[in-house]
Design a protein around this ligand. Structure first.
Ligand code: CAA
Length: 691
């Protein structure tokens, strides 16, 4: 056994077992690649070795190429060459997979002659999520083993699949018991060596790709079916083209085509953005004054106050994670309606085949409904999700202070209000925190964890951990109006409203934002959310475009009209009524009419957001610029291939952003006044990335 290299070598009879030892994920960096090459060559040259097993040490087989090496000069053997080398070994090479075999990790396994895995293992080619493609033969080998249709799903979808499913596809040759992968793989290797089976190289297989030759239309059909989710991204099309090439070209030419496409993508802006996001997501867990060793409080039972859309959605997260939830309402009808919605959501998911029918009952079985707040007395975490009214929230928190057991975490789902003022209604402000979910709360991945001035460290640690447990990306933010996400959104909304009063059509604003890559523009979004949020006939002042739209019962999609007119299928068309209303308000307010180019629309909507981000950072309301990017990507659909507003602004150059902000400030005043941080960074020729 030699431990000096990242590959340890040992012998089981005539089988050489090569164990990858590059924690935490066996990323295939240059040292590991060289280690594998040397170990493979030694085993090949040793006449006593009849077969080779390649297995991962630690948590997994391999998470693929070392992403930190992209964009840097390559040292040592490249992964594609290493894999060709493995495939060419004249003795059976068996990959033994546990944990994950992802990206280059799976490609390595595909270059082996056989693959054995434990049922809990996951395999996949997630490169598309990093804006690249499987560039070590994955696009050429996978279709040769599972056929082009499945290869499209795996490579363009990017989601890992379980070993059992992979075995059913022919991707895994044998499933091993969970606890004895190594022994099972060694026995498998001995058997194939003893039987003298010819070495099966995936590159030589032609049978499965015939499907792509016989039915070349399948690629276009896939493009059409997936157009929406691929919109704006470059990598998916390159993946499809490579799989097409696998069916059309001889293997070596296909590999060359794949390489060319890979190199284009890996040096492009989208991949740089998507790789940045990969690491940014992982950064969010790191909180300077709350070390990872901070002990978290146990959370085994959750209470939720409010069974409306938010409360119900929040409850589903915990039920999905197997945690019992007690949900409280003030009226029986509201409670029944809330429970009904949760059940319907689950049943719809089951109908689509994404949930087993028995799981619907298991999850509903974890839910207790009550009209009695006292029922929350043994909950470890209580989340208040009632409407946005400080007095009501304070009343609830003062009651909770009396009811909740010592050490329970008291959280508010407020999206704007001051957590410190809410905490002040209790005698235990250290236990109070904001947990801001995004609607629909059971779907959106973002969770803003709002720390109050007195929130204790272990409460923060617990909240971040709970976030991960329910599958969210938790980002820690500070108390300010709208926290990070909505505070930025308010900037965009203000400018969008000003633009339409100047005569730009709402649909033109929406088009520009949509073309930029967001799922919808501000007006389509308002229509979806409902224009009457926070509006009431009694307090209506008939001042804004929204007031007048609501007066006419144009309250958004739900009433068939808002900024747009909607047909029965909720298809939107521009509305002359809206145009008239806007003209009326503009005339009343004496707003000068002026056209705006698409570039101006974009700048006026997005640059104030970037400026606000700088203020958020200055005020310490977010820990780092990349956290803000993660908020906007996961809470508001900012296109991941643009890396978030801060990353995007860095790409433009802060000097340029500053120059444009100043130009708009001259025209529109303080709303565009550059933040001192932005000014300083621009003056130093720096970006947010340098902070
Ligand atoms: N390269 C470099 N670092 C990686 C890495 C990779 N491929 N995968 C994970 N890491 C790092 C993470 O950044 C993290 O670092 P810190 O502790 O410093 O934050 C650490 O390893 C542990 O990772 P996670 O926190 O993500 O661990 P997890 O257990 O939650 O998840 C995982 C494990 C599912 C494997 C996840 O890490 C993951 O999805 N990794 C990336 C997989 C991937 O995209 N592979 C394709 C790479 S590109 C490629 O292979 C191209 C090619 O074709 C040649």
């Amino acid at each position: 056994m030699t431990d000096a290299t990242p590959v340890s070598e040992s012998r089981e009879g005539a089988v050489a077992v090569l164990t990858l030892q590059s924690p935490p994920v066996n990323a295939l960096g240059s040292a590991l690649r060289e280690g594998i090459r040397a170990a493979i060559e030694r085993a090949e040259a040793d006449p006593a070795v009849k077969a080779i097993v390649l297995i991962g040490g630690g948590r997994m087989f391999s998470a693929g190429a070392d992403i930190t090496e992209f964009g840097k000069p390559q040292s040592g053997i490249g992964l594609p060459d290493l894999l060709n080398r493995i495939e060419a070994v004249g003795k059976p090479v068996v990959a033994a997979i546990h944990g994950n075999a992802l990206g280059g990790g799976l490609e390595t396994a595909l270059a082996c002659h056989y693959r054995v895995a434990v049922p809990s293992a996951k395999v996949g080619l997630p490169e598309v999520k990093l804006g690249i493609l499987p560039g070590a033969g994955g696009t050429q080998r996978l279709p040769r083993i599972v056929g082009p249709r499945k290869a499209l799903e795996v490579i363009v979808g990017g989601a890992p699949i379980g070993a059992k499913q992979a075995a059913a596809m022919g991707l895994i040759d044998d499933l091993a018991p969970e606890e004895s992968l190594r022994a099972h793989a060694v026995a498998f290797a001995e058997r194939v060596a003893a039987e003298g089976r010819p070495l099966t190289k995936i590159r030589d297989r032609e049978d499965r790709i015939a499907e792509g030759r016989d039915d070349p239309g399948l690629f276009d059909a896939f493009r059409t079916e997936n157009a929406r989710r691929m919109r704006g991204f470059e990598a998916p099309e390159a993946c499809i083209a490579c799989i097409e090439a696998a069916c059309r070209l001889p293997f070596e030419q296909g590999l060359a085509f794949e390489r060319e496409q890979f190199l284009t993508l890996v040096s492009g802006e989208q991949s740089a953005a998507q790789r940045y996001v990969f690491f940014a997501e992982r950064q969010t867990a790191k909180i300077p004054d709350v070390p990872e060793t901070t002990p978290a409080r146990p959370v085994a039972k959750v209470g939720i106050i409010g069974a409306g859309t938010m409360g119900g959605g929040i409850a589903m997260n915990f039920l999905n994670a197997g945690l019992p939830v007690t949900i409280v309402e003030t009226k029986r009808e509201a409670l029944d309606r809330g429970l009904g919605t949760i059940r319907t959501n689950y049943e719809n998911t089951a109908r689509k085949g994404r949930l087993r029918p028995e799981d619907v009952e298991t999850r509903m079985g974890l839910l207790t409904d009550t009209l009695d707040l006292d029922a929350l007395k043994d909950c470890d975490l209580i989340i208040e999700a009632v409407f946005e009214d400080m007095a009501i929230k304070q009343e609830i928190f003062s009651k909770l202070d009396r009811i909740a057991k010592p050490g329970a975490i008291l959280a508010s789902n407020t999206s704007y209000l001051d957590i410190d003022a809410i905490a002040a209604a209790t005698g235990r402000p250290g236990d109070v925190i904001g947990l801001h979910f995004f609607s629909p709360a059971n779907v959106m991945r973002l969770l803003e964890v709002v720390r109050g001035a007195r929130t204790s460290q272990d409460v923060i640690a617990t909240a971040m951990q709970v976030g991960r447990r329910i599958g969210k990306i938790a980002v820690l933010v500070g108390v300010c109006h709208g926290f990070v996400g909505n505070r930025m959104l308010a900037q965009r909304q203000r400018e969008a409203n000003r633009l339409i009063l100047e005569g730009v059509k709402p649909w033109d604003v929406d088009r520009v934002i949509h073309d930029f890559g967001l799922p919808m523009g501000p007006f389509a979004m308002s229509d979806l959310a409902g224009l009457d949020i926070g509006w009431s006939r009694e307090t209506n002042r008939s001042e804004t475009v929204r007031d007048l739209l609501c007066e006419q019962d144009r309250r958004g999609q739900k009433t068939g009209a808002g900024f747009y007119d909607y047909d029965a299928k909720r298809n939107a068309t521009p509305s002359p009524v809206t145009e008239e209303i806007i003209a009326t308000v503009a005339a009343r307010q004496g707003v000068a009419q002026k056209p705006a180019s698409d570039q101006e629309i974009l700048e006026r909507c997005l640059y104030p957001m970037v400026n606000e981000d700088a203020k958020i950072l200055e005020e310490g309301k977010a820990i780092r610029a990349s956290d803000i990017d993660i908020v906007w990507i996961n809470g508001y659909g900012w296109p991941v291939y643009r890396g978030g507003p801060m990353f995007w602004a860095d790409g433009i150059g802060l000097r340029r952003v500053l120059e444009r902000l100043r130009a708009y400030e001259a025209l529109y005043g303080d709303a565009f006044k550059p933040s001192p941080l932005l000014e300083r960074l621009a003056a130093d020729g720096k970006g947010f990335k340098d902070l």
